[in-house]
Design a binder for this molecule. Structure first.
Ligand SMILES: *[C@@H]1O[C@H](CO)[C@@H](O)[C@H](O)[C@H]1NC(C)=O
Ligand SMILES: *[C@@H]1O[C@H](CO)[C@@H](O)[C@H](O)[C@H]1NC(C)=O
Ligand SMILES: CC(=O)N[C@H]1CO[C@H](CO)[C@@H](O)[C@@H]1O
Length: 315
């Protein structure tokens, strides 16, 4: 009788521990991968803008590069060590680039992992946003929006209130987002709202949180999140307000804009804290950190800081 009682209470304890462990386990050492892309810069084959690195770091994450042109094995292994991935902006295109190919690997692994209950968030910014739509719809959908160097408030959709990303916006952030030019656009192409509505593979996968109009006065999707996956996309640049300082560009640096940027960084890094992937050793973890790689600062008034990589040709 006694031993039966002991056994059953142990079982209850274990079950309880398991349930609690799975649902609330928080990883306070999140590491996020940022995807590299090709460059014509003389000093390397590929690069990652430091702005995206700083953006994640300010919110309590560390960064490792996701290199391009690597083996399937590389992406599988790296994926099992990191807690989220960010596809940054740039101009390599999303049809045939190594950036898009590597993005496809990470995206497919993330879908599979999340389907199995292994939480893994993705964020796409600008070109990275466009890549997410390409990876989901597998179709050529971009059309001209003419939104180069255009800082705008968001036109929130009715659905934003039921979203994870914006459902709990603090009042001041909501006010700034909807009234001030705090979202910096730097894209010629985009996903027209009309295209989105007509493309069932996108419409069933992503909830539209905001739209905007470029100089052509055509509405494009500016912020979205996936219904069933922790995948987020912004056609605008959340990192710009704090970390881009080219005086020829017109991002908003006022305090309210800084707080908006911080809100989105905090949100995404919190998503990464829900992933329990780790590197097998501290030695391996430190050898992957982006701090190991070469940085190049453009001392020409553009204030551009880039992490540089050569292909390793392990494929
Ligand atoms: C990449 O390779 C080139 C040519 O060998 C070399 O000059 C350059 O320093 C390398 N860049 C990096 C970031 O390792
Ligand atoms: C905001 O979105 C609504 C609904 O899609 C649209 O009718 C309106 O024209 C948009 N306004 C701006 C300024 O983008
Ligand atoms: C990376 C990737 O899957 N890109 C796809 C984008 O969509 C086109 C279709 O237009 C595909 O050919 C690309 O493979």
């Amino acid at each position: 009788m006694n031993s039966v009682l002991v056994v059953s209470s142990l079982t209850v304890f274990t079950l309880f521990g398991l349930v609690v462990g799975v649902s609330v386990k928080i990883n306070n050492r999140p590491i996020i991968g940022i995807l590299a892309q090709a460059t014509k810069h003389a000093s390397a084959d590929t690069f990652i803008p430091a702005t995206y690195v700083k953006y994640l770091e300010q919110a309590g994450a560390r960064v490792v590069p996701i290199r391009t042109k690597e083996s399937d094995e590389y992406y599988k292994k790296l994926f099992s060590h990191i807690n989220g991935a960010l596809f940054p902006g740039g101009d390599v295109g999303i049809q045939v680039s190594w950036y898009a190919k590597a993005g496809r690997q990470i995206y497919d692994l993330a879908v599979k992992a999340n389907d199995k209950g292994d939480y893994f968030p993705l964020w796409g910014t600008c070109q990275g946003f466009q890549l997410l739509t390409n990876l989901t719809a597998r179709a050529k959908l971009l059309k001209a929006t003419d939104a180069e160097d255009l800082a705008l408030p968001l036109n929130l959709s009715n659905d934003y209130k039921s979203s994870r990303l914006m459902g709990n916006l603090p009042a001041d952030i909501h006010h700034s987002l909807t009234t001030l030019p705090v979202t910096y656009n730097a894209h010629h192409w985009g996903i027209w709202q009309e295209t989105f509505e007509k493309t069932s593979s996108l419409k069933s996968f992503y909830k539209v949180l905001s739209t905007n109009k470029g100089r052509k006065q055509i509405s494009f999707i500016s912020t979205m999140e996936a219904y069933k996956y922790p995948f987020y996309g912004s056609q605008w640049h959340p990192e710009a307000n704090i970390f881009l300082w080219n005086p020829k560009e017109h991002m908003d640096h006022e305090f309210a804009a800084i707080k908006v940027s911080q809100y989105f960084a905090d949100f995404f890094v919190n998503e990464a804290r829900k992933s329990s992937h780790t590197f097998p050793s501290i030695t391996m973890e430190s050898s992957h950190m982006i701090e190991n790689f070469k940085r190049v600062y453009s001392n020409d008034g553009s204030f551009e800081l880039l992490y540089m990589f050569n292909y390793t040709n392990t494929f």
